[in-house]
Design a binder for this molecule. Structure first.
Ligand code: V1S
Ligand code: ZN
Length: 331
């Protein structure tokens, strides 16, 4: 950890690992461990800075969520009974604490990048992109992505923030919350809604009101592979370079890989590494280097472990390249 070029932060630990559902639910609490094991196997756990997640404050949660919904999650957290949505997101004892640590963990990652203690950061159990202000949805209790956008604006006065999403499911919770906000750059590559939840994210959905024409939704046919990913990704790069964001959030759900049990895209883990590497290049070219990755979905444990370690690897490699550019400039 004495290497000064090692400026990639991993936010991990029991506080966020507890976020998950039992009884054969795809989003189990074993996902965190599957990722950590792979990181260790590849010798990468010693190359990253580490932090545990803090809980989000009530005020932070209410930047995105309605107070009445936050209260409901708190109440259900005591009994652990019932669902928080129409059948995908069961309550469990301690769900409030676990879900608020996921939000706080994403804020920990964002804070570190803004403070300059890390240039990039990654949180495996973040990216809960379906949660809406007034309700849970699709395994997502609190929307850490949405709270992070508000955080960057309120605490750091950033205006133009990019949210990039390569999870197989459309990031509807983020999209509709910022639908009329022209300064939230939104690029989402996802399986189209013919068979898959949530069914939103058509290409024609480009934003509303003053933001009409400013968002990029790229639905892909079931079975789409890396070739289709790369074609779509080129459009994401063009969009970001034109939009000049001051911070980039990446939701890198691994359920877009072939072999996921609940989706039908067929990317390989190279797509995720490519997205992460290219976002680092873009952020560096924009002069700030700020990129935070959030794990998102992914229900085949081997896939999520490989895709997310690939993202962390790309962050580390981009740091090493940054170091060598600096060394060359100093000569
Ligand atoms: N796609 C999908 C899918 N699979 C399930 C599911 C499968 C097994 C279970 F035991 C419980 C649920 N639910 C869904 C989707 C929600 C997907 C959420 C993905 C989250 C993310 O990866 O994007 C980010 C973390 N829900 C539905 O398809 C809705 C239903 C229509 C079907 C399932 N029942 C349980 C509820 C209604
Ligand atoms: Zn997903």
């Amino acid at each position: 950890m004495n290497d000064p070029t090692c400026r990639v932060l991993l936010v991990s630990g029991d506080e966020i690992a507890r976020y998950g559902f039992g009884d054969g639910h795809p989003f189990g609490t074993d996902r965190h461990e599957a990722f950590m094991r792979e990181l260790h196997k590849r010798g990468m756990d010693g190359r990253v800075l580490r932090a545990s997640a803090r809980p989000a404050t009530r005020e932070e949660l209410e930047w995105f969520h309605l107070a009445a919904y936050v209260d409901l999650v708190r109440e259900r957290s005591v009994t652990g009974h019932g669902y928080l949505d129409a059948g995908d997101t069961p309550a469990f004892r301690g769900v409030y604490e676990a879900a608020s640590h996921v939000v706080g963990g994403t804020l920990t990652a964002v804070e570190a990048v803004m403070a300059g203690t890390a240039r990039r950061a990654f949180i495996p159990i973040g990216g809960l992109h379906h949660a809406a202000p007034e309700r849970a949805a699709g395994f997502c209790v609190f929307n850490d992505c949405g709270v992070a956008v508000h955080y960057l604006r309120r605490k750091h006065q950033l205006k133009r923030i990019a949210y990039v999403d390569i999870d197989a499911h459309h990031g509807d919770g983020v999209f509709y919350a910022f639908e009329d906000d022209p300064d939230l750059l939104f690029a989402d590559l996802h399986e189209d809604g013919r068979y898959l939840y949530p069914g939103t994210g058509r290409a024609e959905e480009t934003g509303a009101g003053p933001a009409r024409g400013t968002k990029l939704n790229i639905p892909l046919a079931p079975g789409a592979e890396d070739d289709e990913f790369h074609l779509a990704w080129a459009r994401v790069e063009e969009y970001l370079l034109a939009g000049k964001p001051e911070f980039i959030l990446l939701q890198c759900g691994a359920d877009s890989l072939a072999g996921d049990p609940i989706t039908h895209l067929r990317f390989t883990e190279a797509a995720h590494a490519h997205a992460a590497a290219r976002l680092c290049v873009i952020a560096d070219e924009l002069g700030h280097g700020r990129v935070v990755g959030m794990g998102g979905g992914g229900y085949n444990r081997q896939n999520l472990a490989r895709a997310w370690t690939g993202v962390v690897g790309a962050f580390l490699d981009s740091q090493a390249q940054q170091g060598s550019v600096g060394e060359i400039a100093a000569r």
